[in-house]
Design a protein around this ligand. Sequence first.
Ligand code: HEC
Length: 150
Amino acid sequence: MTRRGRQSHARLSGPASARLAAPCLALLLFAGVASTAACGRRAEADARGAIASAAPRVEARDVFAERCAPCHGAGGRGDGAAAAECNPRPPDLSDRQRQARLSDDDLRRLILRGGKATGRSNVMPPNEDLATHADQLAALVAKVRSLAAR
Ligand code: HEC
């Protein structure tokens, strides 16, 4: 899994347009049916940077900044630039008790498959490209955990 994930970097670092077309289209369709389309579009405009090949921990920081912070805020407090337009509002990920209710498996599933697939609002988007990037996904889960480690 990990090895396959590494090999697919080459494919993922192809032309940005081709790489991003499918997820963006999915997100747009998604945003179209979401009650808070504006929040999704706004977050998407700031986000969807492709997976590069930096060290997973460094990369997870960038992925969080690009794909999560627009809604959840840089510190995870639910105060990102697009947060006000989201309904429901992005939850506060720096809340220890809230995070204690989520296992690492829950977090992985939620990040990969989005809110809708995990019984939550579809305002929380999926990140299916991370399925072939196990190291980055693990680092992103660790990044989310670090937000509540205060
Ligand atoms: C478009 C805005 C948006 C983006 C972008 C976004 N989220 Fe969310 N997220 C939400 C919303 C809204 C919820 C609440 C969904 C619900 O409870 O129905 C949520 C829920 C969550 C939860 C569940 C919290 C809980 O206690 O149930 C986690 C964890 C989370 N997001 C992490 C992330 C991570 C990590 C990223 C980036 C990979 C991300 N989110 C990107 C809007 C967003």
